[in-house]
Design a protein around this ligand. Structure first.
Ligand code: BGC
Length: 337
């Protein structure tokens, strides 16, 4: 059948658009700077972005700083000098990373602040994360429902991580009114350096000793710190007796939930976050603006246009559905004997 002239033109045009999309991605250099690989989630973020970049034909250059702010600056300078068009940056130190935004802007490079917000920069960049206040609200609501009265250990993440503040802010919406009423007694209220499980363990040990083991609940900001606290509780025969929160849906957290020593976690699907980051980076590399539907997060200097994905609460009751059916964790690993 002979195609009409118009049909030929249309298919030619479609072919050109397709070829152009491939050409737009092909070999585009994108930089990725991650704060750590200590928590399992950051390993997943890295793997997802590498796979998504490979699929799109993007040349992704990855650097991992091990919780070292000045190393991160040096690594990003290096990425900038490699001719990247976009930098995906998950800062170790929110505020000092604003220097990286300055340097990228001078080189005409767009920045996506990934998972953690870079703060205190007056320049233009995007933020891609989860609704982190909501994460804290889910933790705070859960723990105060379980333990509306009693002695609380309240831990927050690293003081250099803006997320730690947002998680705490969300959780405190539930804990503070009860503390003001006198129903809850906060016996410890501390940030945990670099989110280190061993630090969290030490803090919990101190609180247990100072309160003759009379602790009724622990707000732990993520699964790593929860793991540290649970070791401290276990040493006193209290693991599984004191409700404790978590976050990240790490395999070890899921195992503890199934075994009953950790009460909940928060599922933030890092696969979705990583894929979205590569998609946004490609758009930015090709001069397409990202539609953030008017959503912003304040960085102390300005409102940063933001894409925020939804976090979900996970308990023993919905763990299979949320984490195993979604393919995030493997059943045989979670329910290992
Ligand atoms: C992330 C958490 C993670 C923590 C420690 C936070 O910024 O949002 O998912 O557990 O850093 O790496």
């Amino acid at each position: 059948m002979r195609k009409s002239f118009a049909a030929v033109l249309t298919s030619l045009a479609a072919g050109i658009v397709l070829a152009a999309t491939h050409a737009e991605a092909a070999g585009v250099k994108i930089g990725l700077s991650l704060p750590t690989q200590r928590e399992e989630r950051w390993v997943k973020d890295k793997l997802t972005m590498e796979a998504a970049a490979k699929k799109a034909g993007v040349d992704l250059r990855v650097q991992v700083t091990d919780n070292d702010a000045s190393k991160q600056v040096a690594q990003c300078e290096n990425l900038i000098s490699q001719g990247i068009k976009v930098l995906i940056l998950a800062p170790h130190d929110a505020s000092s990373a604003s220097v990286i935004i300055d340097k990228a802007a001078k080189a005409g490079i767009k920045v996506i602040s990934y998972d953690r917000l870079v703060t205190d920069s007056p320049l233009d960049y995007y933020y891609l994360s989860f609704d982190n206040v909501k994460v804290g609200e889910l933790q705070g609501e859960f723990i105060t429902k379980k333990v509306p009265k009693g002695s609380y250990i309240v831990l927050a993440g690293s003081p250099t991580d803006n997320n730690a503040k947002l998680f705490r802010e969300g959780a405190m919406k539930f804990i503070k009114p009860l503390a003001d009423k006198g129903d809850i007694k906060i016996v410890m209220d501390q940030f945990v350096k670099d989110w280190q499980p061993s630090e969290a363990q030490k803090l919990c040990e101190q609180a247990l000793t100072a309160n003759a083991n009379k602790i009724d609940a622990v707000l732990a900001p993520n699964d790593g710190t929860a793991g540290g606290c649970i070791q401290a509780l276990a040493a006193q025969g209290l693991a599984g007796k004191v409700p404790i929160t978590g976050q990240d849906a790490e395999l070890s957290g899921a195992i503890r939930i199934v075994q009953g020593t950790q009460s909940m976690t928060i599922f933030k699907d890092t696969r979705k976050l990583g894929e979205k980051a590569i998609e946004m980076a490609l758009d930015l590399a090709n001069g397409k603006p990202v539609d953030t539907q008017g959503r912003t997060v304040n960085n102390n200097k300005k409102d940063v246009p933001s894409v925020l994905l939804t976090p979900f609460i996970v308990t023993k009751d919905n763990l299979d559905k949320q984490l195993i059916e979604s393919g995030y964790l493997k059943k045989e690993q979670v329910y290992r004997k």
